[in-house]
Design a protein around this ligand. Structure first.
Ligand SMILES: [Zn+2]
Length: 337
């Protein structure tokens, strides 16, 4: 059991969230409210029914429900409401800065204009006291041609997102499948990230770095299977956006006590803690920190390290980054035990 002091420290410390899919923050209550507002029929009878379906066996079993949930999002206001709800929750968890993934292809495939998706999410970010930026993510189970098409559609609104990501079904969809579109995005000046080494092998982490030229790896926990890769990640101070509750819920690790986060930290890898799809995986930022610290032998110095890593790995102007890091250090310096 986590002692109450450490729990309080984790809850109160300033945090950056760098791995959150906004469609994965849709709570069942909001899914049902939006379904009613938009006259969308859901294959679940009630909020409880839907929540009961959240017993996933792997990434794909989750994605099937995730795409069903996203089907209620039709109008700009729906995207606004979803994002506003997440940001309110993030604020309660003392998240000072968040970099939010959105999947336009999940919506454009249903006829929703990409402008409505981006405008709704962006407007909610502007209305929130939490610093928030957006990362447009390509769905890797679709083709590179499809990614090029959505990029083209989204380019007129490029002042509203700062980066490009790659998510969805990893196995069988290696990073190099998207080499050309990522090269184009780099030319365009976007910050680049990709999911790699969650269910896919360590080799996907290497190709994400070497072929896609990403600046952060989302998940990346399977790097431990390749000691040379771990050494490289530590040497290059390449950040991993790790999502502990997600990893357990999707059976990447059988239970939290077996999560490799502490081994990664001990190896000098720049690990961060994030919520991934909080509505589906049992928790937001503070829930993730508390569950991880409850299961692993982590203490105050780890908490400070993890909080600092989040801001260090953020795509923020240097001055804002330094200010937030100073806030973290002041918070820890003020603790009296
Ligand atoms: Zn993710």
């Amino acid at each position: 059991m986590l002692n109450t002091q450490l729990r309080g420290v984790l809850e109160g410390m300033p945090k950056a969230e760098l791995h959150i899919h906004i469609e994965g923050s849709l709570e069942p209550e909001l899914i049902f409210a939006l379904a009613a507002r938009n006259n969308v029929a859901l294959p679940y009878a009630s909020v409880e029914d839907l929540r009961a379906a959240y017993a996933f066996t792997d990434l794909q079993s989750f994605l099937d429900i995730y795409y069903a949930g996203a089907s209620v999002l039709l109008h700009e206001q729906d995207f606004y409401d979803m994002t506003a709800a997440y940001l309110k929750r993030a604020e309660q968890d003392n998240v000072r800065h968040t970099e939010i993934f959105f999947d336009p292809q999940t919506h454009t495939a249903r006829g929703v204009p990409v402008k409505d998706v981006i405008d709704g999410i962006h407007r909610a970010c502007q209305d929130s006291p939490v610093s928030a930026t957006l990362i447009l993510s390509f769905l890797r189970h679709l083709s590179e041609e499809d990614a090029f098409a959505v990029l083209e559609e989204a380019l007129p609104y490029r002042d509203k997102y700062i980066g490009i990501g790659l998510d969805s079904s990893e196995r069988g969809n290696p990073p190099e499948k998207f080499a050309r579109v990522f090269a184009r995005c780099k030319e365009l000046g976007f910050r680049l990230v990709a999911h790699a080494g969650e269910e896919g092998p360590p080799a996907y982490i290497e190709t994400a770095l070497d072929v896609l030229k990403v600046e952060r790896i989302d998940h990346g926990v399977r790097c431990l299977e390749d000691p040379a890769l771990v050494e490289r990640l530590a040497r290059e101070q390449m950040a991993l956006t790790v999502c502990p509750l997600s990893n357990v819920k999707l059976c990447v690790f059988p239970e939290m006590a077996q999560h490799n986060l502490l081994e990664l930290l001990d190896a000098g890898v720049k690990v961060t803690i994030n919520s991934d799809d909080p509505a589906y995986f049992g928790g937001y930022m503070n829930d993730n920190f508390i569950a991880t610290f409850e299961a692993l032998p982590l203490g105050l110095s780890h908490a400070q390290r993890l909080a600092r890593n989040g801001f260090e790995a953020a795509f923020l102007p240097e001055a804002q980054k330094q200010q937030l890091l100073a806030e973290v250090d002041a918070y820890f310096a003020s603790l009296a035990f």
